[in-house]
Design a protein around this ligand. Sequence first.
Ligand code: HEM
Length: 68
Amino acid sequence: MAPALNDNQWLWVPGGEFNGIVNIINAGVPQPKQHPGVMPPKGGGSFTDEQVRAIGAYVYALSHQGGA
Ligand code: HEM
């Protein structure tokens, strides 16, 4: 359904940098590269900008363990 977010491979976020993660969460992915269904904006949820940044920080932390 959707790509792993806990590795260092990115389809949409070069380098997995924080602002890029936040941007793709907000925008969603209308035309996925490797998955059959779309990602809706904010994952289909209703979140404030602050909440999206918090989710983005969590995804960033998941994918940057071990100092990578
Ligand atoms: C708040 C919840 C979600 C977060 C934080 C999230 C986060 C992300 C991120 C960071 C990416 C980019 C990954 C990359 O560059 O490799 C992504 C891509 C994607 N997500 Fe989500 N997502 C969420 C919800 C969902 C849901 C609910 C679905 C499906 C119903 C979904 C489907 C996808 C797909 C299809 C892609 C693109 C994969 C491709 O291009 O092949 N996401 N998501």
